[in-house]
Design a binder for this molecule. Structure first.
Ligand code: ARG
Length: 578
């Protein structure tokens, strides 16, 4: 149930009844201020202006035709012509009752599911995943979950960097270490160290460097021995990433990997095609497309190099080939990229060129959902104490350790329970801290605030969920099977019921705009309203009437399920106690 959309339709009907042309929107939204109803329709003003009449009169006639029956308690006109709608308690109770039957699970109502391709995580396999990959991985995954939840066909694409000249030196080093008896898994245990070692050999040892260059050529021509080494390297490196995905509760699987190398044989055809279409031209030996569409303020077009002087292809060429594949083979309606804001120009160039060259239909939506950088407390990009890059695996282990130190203070938990809970709390804290910030901004990574049980944090959300579970435990009722009639009387009950019912509006918004913090803010408001309800409306207290108690348990159950579902969309797990 999307209340906003529902009211919007009703007001639209009323507007049409009083002769307002259909291109004027009812403009229904959630009221921001207390005392202005639950929803507001603000369309009367714009319509009045165009029709050159008095906005309050227009609002009055719309209200006169508005058929809301039992839905609204009152509808009033305020200010210059706002229509304030106060929903009725009975109607809200009935709606909540209805969703309780399915409890938010089956919002998968999308009548026309889209094919949505989501490019996220996509680390370079030459190195270990570091904090720079965290945001893409968890934001992309949250949006993938949200779109899937709404019933869309989501294709995840892990566009890993598995090609390029650095693989020459890496497999040369790998071959040497394997010749001295090490298994590939062992040699590549510390991928970061391995990379540095290979780089040092490459810089210091001319013979090594020669072999490395030779291997690049052999790799490109498909030499079986070199290809096999490369495959081994990739497989171990991918395995590192997969461990991180598992630890992070991220839904990417090996089937979602389609690396840069998958497009190798499409690169020449793409460049040839761009030349045939007259889009790509020779420029100082290289092949370049000049995009007037992205010209700077002096009118100089934006150059996209698709082939270098030495014949090598570029990052953009591969992205064009990937887009063609996504449009043609995956039949994408939308392609979403979760990549650092620093790649914005690159993405803009690729999108503009792909549309212009008709590699992708013009109605296919190509979207770069950019994000800012994760900063340390000092306001500079997050680094280790000695200035190195922070490995993701180490960061996540630290999160779990820190969470464990907090969780084990609860003496009622067994060691096994507290370890299990710490896992969920630690990972949840890191993810929630990231997802709850407006993604386009940089944000400061701070252990203390993300692990706090107060405020808009992961642990607070998980704690709110366990509060409900503990009420049911105390009542000795199995929450999953519980059913009773909902009645709404207290203002805290109304506010909570209304918020709970707004879940699907929020999820739809997140699916459209890909801003997960909107969902976090919603869940935080929901949890906070639950806490106020819990204070004001006794549930299990002696003397509470049976039907009131049961109704409040039902409201609590709806909140718990909404929290659980919402957190699951963010890739965060809940537990019964903590
Ligand atoms: N491998 C790239 C990096 O680590 C990210 C790739 C993003 N996806 C893409 N289709 N360009 O920076």
């Amino acid at each position: 149930m999307n209340i906003r959309a529902f009211l919007n339709d009703r007001v639209r009907n009323a507007m049409s009844d009083v002769g307002i042309p259909a291109d004027y929107s009812p403009n229904v939204s959630i009221s921001k201020k207390e005392g202005f109803g639950d929803y507001q329709a603000n369309g009367a003003m714009a319509a009045a202006k165009a029709l050159k009449s008095n906005p309050r009169d227009i609002a009055q006639s719309i209200v006169g035709s508005l058929e809301l029956g039992q839905i609204a308690e009152t509808v009033e006109i305020a200010g210059p012509g706002f229509i304030n709608i106060h929903l009725s308690n009975d109607w809200l109770a009935q709606q909540l009752q209805e969703i309780s039957a399915e409890i938010q699970k089956s919002t998968a109502t999308e009548e026309e599911p889209h094919n949505v391709v989501i490019d996220y995580s996509s680390p370079n396999l030459a190195k270990e995943m570091h904090v720079g990959h965290l945001r893409s991985t968890i934001i992309g995954d949250a949006i993938a979950r949200v779109l899937e939840f709404l019933g869309h066909n989501v294709v995840r694409q892990n566009h890993v960097g598995d090609w390029g000249t650095q693989f020459g030196m890496l497999i040369t080093e790998l071959e040497e270490q394997m010749q001295s008896g090490d298994a590939a898994e062992f040699a590549l245990q510390d991928l970061e160290g391995f990379y540095q070692q290979a780089k040092k050999r490459f810089d210091d040892d001319p013979e090594f460097a020669n072999t490395a260059r030779e291997y690049v050529v052999k790799l490109q021509s498909g030499d079986p021995k070199v290809l096999k080494l490369w495959e081994q390297f990739k497989s171990v490196s991918l395995h590192h990433s997969e461990e991180i995905y598992k630890k992070l509760n991220v839904t990417l699987t090996p089937q979602d990997v389609r690396g840069e190398s998958a497009y190798n044989d499409q690169l020449k055809p793409i460049v040839d095609y761009l030349k045939e279409e007259g889009l790509a031209v020779e420029d100082d030996g290289a092949t370049v497309v000049f995009l007037q569409e992205l010209a700077d303020k002096n009118g100089t077009p934006s150059p996209v190099i698709v082939q270098k002087k030495d014949g090598g292809y570029l990052y953009a060429t591969t992205d064009l080939a990937a887009l063609k594949y996504r449009a043609e083979e995956l039949d994408a309606d939308r392609v979403l990229y979760f990549i650092d804001a620093r790649q914005s120009l690159h993405m803009q160039q690729v999108f503009t060129l792909a549309h212009k060259a008709k590699l992708v239909d013009e109605w296919t939506s190509l979207e770069h959902h950019a994000f800012g950088t994760m900063m340390g407390k000092d306001g500079k990009p997050f680094k280790t104490r000695d200035g190195g890059t922070v490995k993701l695996a180490a960061l996540l282990d630290e999160a779990i350790e820190r969470a464990h130190a907090i969780v084990k203070e609860n003496q009622d938990l067994t060691e096994e329970e507290s370890l299990n809970i710490a896992q969920k709390v630690g990972i949840g804290a890191v993810k929630y801290a990231d997802l709850s910030k407006t993604r386009t901004n940089d944000y400061i990574f701070n252990w203390d605030s993300m692990l706090s049980f107060e405020g808009n944090t992961g642990p607070y959300m998980q704690y709110a969920y366990t509060r409900v579970r503990s009420v049911f435990r105390k009542a000795e009722i199995d929450m999953a099977d519980f059913n009773a009639e909902i009645k709404i009387e207290a203002p805290q009950e109304k506010a909570l019921a209304l918020k709970t019912l707004q879940f699907s509006e929020v999820v739809e918004q997140v699916a459209n705009d890909a801003y997960p913090h909107v969902l976090c803010n919603y869940l935080y408001d929901l949890a906070s309203l639950f806490m106020s309800f819990y204070e004001a409306c006794p549930i299990l207290k002696e003397g509470t009437e049976e039907d009131v108690k049961n109704s409040r348990l039902m409201i609590s159950k709806a909140v718990a399920t909404t929290l659980e579902t919402g957190l699951d969309l963010l890739g965060i797990e809940v537990m019964e106690k903590m």
